[in-house]
Write a protein that binds this ligand. Structure first.
Ligand SMILES: O=C(O)c1cc(C(=O)O)c2c(n1)C(=O)C(=O)c1cc(C(=O)O)[nH]c1-2
Length: 261
């Protein structure tokens, strides 16, 4: 039996936040994207694959609602579905993502047909949806807490993409702008549930494991995209060595080791 005392809410939250060091913002594909090192087709590949994540988020949230007997929780959580699916007067996040696709040069049909979605991305996203279907709703709510780290990534895209990728139509950025206000509200709600429910040391440790599981999903999606869209040489255990391109050598080892460490 685990007899260690529960962490205080503050310490527990700090431990959850500390896992941001393993967020996909540190993945080599994301790092290249952030530095302006991706070609149009690579950006298109990312947008087309992330579409599969986007359309599954409301399905995942519907699974959480279906498993949650608490009306008060459902009243808040249902907003997430509306954010993505839209409602009268607001086309919603999925439509905004399709427009991001158009802004990077993907026809609507290319995005919505899912023809560019890679098998590994499909498996990773499906794992998240299945987790929400099969596990208690509080666990699935805790898994959404990678969103703690998401506003920073959306903000950096809004700041740096127009400089690095002037060929992207500015209209496309609406999705990232929406998430700047939506994600902090979701996080506030998700944190309240997580701090309230995971209230023994054993449960708190379980919450950290769940967050790691979700971080792994996001990481695995980018692993798959990197293999599909970048020239990588596999050298040694768990390491990528991207081939030199345009005379630039990129050092990806550090974030990878940080993740493994
Ligand atoms: O672009 C990103 O890096 C990113 C990451 C995440 C995330 O951390 O799961 C989400 C989003 N975006 C996002 O836009 C979004 O709506 C979202 C919902 C959720 C979730 O788990 O419920 N994560 C994310």
């Amino acid at each position: 039996m685990n007899t260690l005392q529960a962490w205080s809410d503050q310490e527990f939250e700090e431990r959850l936040r500390a896992m941001g060091g393993r967020y996909h913002i540190h993945h080599p594909f994301q790092v290249m994207m952030h530095r302006g090192q991706l070609q149009p087709q690579q950006i298109q590949g990312w947008v087309a694959n992330r579409y599969y994540y986007q359309i599954n988020i409301p399905i995942k949230d519907a699974a959480i609602l279906a498993n949650c007997p608490e009306r008060e929780v459902r009243r808040h959580w249902v907003q997430r579905i509306l954010d993505h699916d839209g409602c009268q007067g607001d086309e919603g996040g999925i439509e905004a993502w399709i427009r991001l696709g158009e802004a990077v040069g993907l026809a609507r049909a290319d995005t919505v047909s899912q023809r560019l979605v890679l098998p590994g991305v499909r498996f990773a996203v499906d794992a998240y949806v299945n987790f929400a279907r099969q596990r208690p709703w509080q666990e699935a709510a805790a898994a959404s807490l990678t969103e703690l780290f998401a506003p920073g990534i959306h903000q950096s895209r809004l700041e740096f993409w127009p400089q690095h990728y002037p060929w992207i139509e500015p209209d496309g950025y609406a999705y990232f702008r929406r998430r700047l206000s939506e994600a902090p509200r979701d996080v506030c709600n998700g944190l309240r549930i997580t701090l309230g429910h995971f209230n023994t040391r054993e449960l708190q440790q379980r919450a950290l494991e769940i967050l790691q599981f979700k971080l792994d999903i996001l990481w695995a999606m980018l692993d798959t995209m990197m293999l599909a869209y970048c020239d990588v040489q596999v050298s040694g255990w768990g390491r990528y060595t991207p081939m030199e391109k345009d005379g630039a050598v990129h050092d990806f080892h550090e974030p990878l080791f940080a993740k493994c460490g």
